[in-house]
Design a protein around this ligand. Structure first.
Ligand code: WTA
Length: 635
């Protein structure tokens, strides 16, 4: 059985099979991969016990599935096409044979430094091919990669290094993005000064930007010096299906970011299956399909849909170092034209930003190679959906609005390109194996087809997270205990008469800014580190380009707004990174609290959205005059 569904009827049949007999269905799908030992059980565990396992007992190496097994049939096919920040710099291209060799070299280099199975390797790099080599090299030797997005600050990086107790860190001297150089190595130096970061024994520095860096004797090593000597032959060890593959930190409604843990076999099957079916890229040896996902490998989208998903399918994946607006707002379309991109996957925030630059920009480029467009990261609004459809897809490319999360490993709800009828702004239907339900506030399943509620998933699927690193209790509480027996996504959704889903956004205290997730508590804690700010409350509000913006209400003795803004921005840049800077700051004399001291965020959210009515029940407010004052402050 092929993993690719070719018609809508095949999808419907697969959906029924996966629902009625998941073991049989996923067992058959998994036959398409290379395992050195077969599983004893296809699936174990449920949402009550939280001990989820897939393909239990099997042995495999995910990189043999990404690379080695394609060498005979697709050795000379392009695996990775790399587009640099500077448009005058030539693309770097790697065939499957070449990518395999690079990954083997990187694996040998890491092993030479003593990295072994189960060790955690932190990867803090800009979008260079070596980032992908490192990710795959870790996977090959069974080391657990923890990629930290290059936009995070030294403090944020340090927190993630300490939590995962990483022994090796791989970085660049600097990253090239537009006209800027991000000084990654010096941020690493800052981070490693932090308490408890002494777990890091070696830092490998890949040279990209040629900016000045200081190398610490005995700790820091140049990538090229190690890599050039390393052999390009590497025998892949066989790992257990449930050995961890990677940790990726993501924000939730409370506390510090959680280390989401994904494991080998289930993630592999899910990444490959969802990529094949949602995008329908032709994986043939001589296929010219050019798939491009514009995400950063620092996020889950870059893990599953730049790296693992396409390679597991033997497709060609493209990786871009730069930003959509450099050297000008036509860059994405220029890349599409020059590289004859057929499948293009981006975020609504990018669509909105480019839409604002005018219709004449994409009109200058030949976009006729495009066959499928994708959207991910946040709800796509109608205006952006139609613009994407008309000005980029020329009304001939299906738009796959893919709903999923770091925790889900891969796409859960999405049209299958060309198979599922699409509707504007709708993620449409669940993939086989996914049983979405809408629940009301009391956790009761809503039976009617047309309904709105909180989006939960009923049964485990292969690609889901297994735990929160070193904190299984937190995993249970965050995902499985809110609504007993269900995985709770934190999102709200609306289902139409045909069962099509529209995702409405987070219903918890998570803000989605340009597709980046932040917890309000996380931002408030960061602001709280500034001694000039007595207290703060942070909420999201509708933002034309970013989807949601960050609105901070702050209590401070300082009177000068510019000064307050500077204090807060400096603190946020230090604690989290520039991406989490508030878009709006309002100085208030107090926050609306209940008698028990809880901030009434509902009211603050309404005010931030300029909705000054219907505050709901305010009888528990300790001091209603605070609300009046805040309202006046906005008006
Ligand atoms: C949101 C990104 C609407 C959602 C893959 C989810 C979406 C959060 C969509 C996960 C979509 C993602 N439509 N909302 N197509 N895709 N989201 O972990 O709120 O960075 O919970 O994963 O993004 O963000 P994360």
């Amino acid at each position: 059985m092929d993993i690719r569904l070719k018609t809508f009827e095949e999808y419907e049949a697969a959906y029924e099979q996966a629902k009625n007999n998941p073991s049989e269905y996923w067992g058959k799908i998994a036959e398409n991969f290379q395992f050195s030992k077969k599983w004893q059980d296809v699936t174990l565990g449920d949402f009550t016990d939280g001990e989820i396992r897939w393909f239990n007992g099997a042995k495999l190496n995910i990189t043999e599935n990404c690379l080695d097994r394609h060498l005979e049939t697709r050795g000379d096919k392009k695996a990775l096409v790399y587009v640099a920040n500077d448009p005058s710099e030539k693309n770097q291209e790697f065939t499957y044979k070449e990518l395999h060799a690079q990954v083997c070299k990187t694996a040998n280099m890491l092993e030479e430094l003593g990295v072994k199975k189960g060790d955690r390797v932190c990867i803090y790099m800009s979008m260079v091919p070596e980032l992908m080599f490192t990710v795959l090299a870790c996977a090959r030797i069974g080391a657990i990669h923890s990629v930290v997005f290059g936009g995070f600050s030294a403090q944020a990086l340090a927190g993630r290094i300490v939590d995962a107790e990483c022994s090796v860190l791989v970085t660049n001297d600097g990253g090239l993005r537009g006209t800027k150089v991000t000084e990654l190595k010096s941020i690493v130096d800052e981070a490693l000064k932090e308490k408890d970061c002494s777990c890091v024994k070696n830092v490998i520095v890949h040279k990209r930007a040629n900016n000045k860096v200081t190398m610490q004797d005995g700790r820091d090593l140049w990538w090229h010096e190690l890599f050039d000597k390393a052999s390009d032959k590497h025998t892949a060890p066989q790992l257990d299906a449930e050995d961890p593959l990677f940790i990726l930190y993501t924000s939730g409604s409370t506390g510090t970011p959680k280390g989401v843990v994904h494991t080998q076999a289930g993630y592999m099957v899910w990444a490959a299956y969802t990529f094949a079916n949602v995008f329908q890229v032709d994986p043939g040896e001589s296929s010219k399909d050019m798939y491009w996902c514009t995400a950063d490998i620092g996020w889950i989208t870059g893990h599953t849909y730049i790296t693992y998903g396409p390679l597991l399918n033997g497709a060609t994946t493209m990786m871009f170092e730069g930003v959509p607006t450099y050297p000008d707002a036509g860059r994405f379309w220029d890349i599409v034209e020059k590289n004859k991109v057929t499948h293009f996957y981006t975020a609504p925030t990018a669509v909105r930003a480019l839409m604002a630059c005018g219709d004449d920009v994409p009109a200058k480029y030949d976009l006729s190679t495009l066959k499928v467009l994708g959207s991910v990261g946040e709800p796509i609004n109608a205006e952006a959906w139609h613009w994407y459809n008309e000005h980029i897809g020329k009304k001939k490319c299906p738009i796959v609005d893919t709903w999923w999360q770091t925790e889900t490993g891969g796409i859960l709800i999405s049209p299958l390109a060309g198979l599922t009828k699409t509707k504007p702004c709708k993620a449409t239907l669940p993939l086989p194996g996914i049983i979405p339900v809408l629940v009301d506030d009391d956790g009761r399943e809503i039976g009617e087809t047309m309904a709105e509620g909180k989006l939960c998933i009923k049964h485990p699927w292969p690609g889901m997270l297994r735990t929160v690193y070193k904190n299984h209790e937190r995993f249970m509480n965050a995902y499985l205990r809110t609504y007993k027996g269900y995985y709770f996504s934190g999102d709200g959704a609306k289902r139409d008469i045909e069962g099509y889903m529209r995702i409405t956004g987070r219903v918890d205290d998570v803000i989605n800014v340009s597709g980046h997730r932040f917890g309000t508590a996380e931002i408030e804690n960061a602001i709280g580190k500034n001694t000039a700010i007595a207290e703060s409350a942070v909420v999201g509000y509708p933002h034309d380009v970013k989807g949601e913006g960050i609105y901070a209400y702050v209590v401070t003795d300082l009177k000068d707004e510019a000064e307050v803004t500077k204090h807060i921005n400096d603190t946020i840049i230090k604690e989290i990174g520039a991406v989490a800077r508030p878009d709006k700051i309002q100085i208030v004399s107090g926050l609306p609290k209940t008698r028990s001291g809880k901030i009434m965020r509902r009211i603050l959210r309404k005010i931030a959205a300029h909705d000054f009515n219907n505050f709901g029940d305010t009888s528990t407010l300790l001091d209603p005059s605070v609300v009046e004052e805040i309202k006046e402050g906005v008006k």
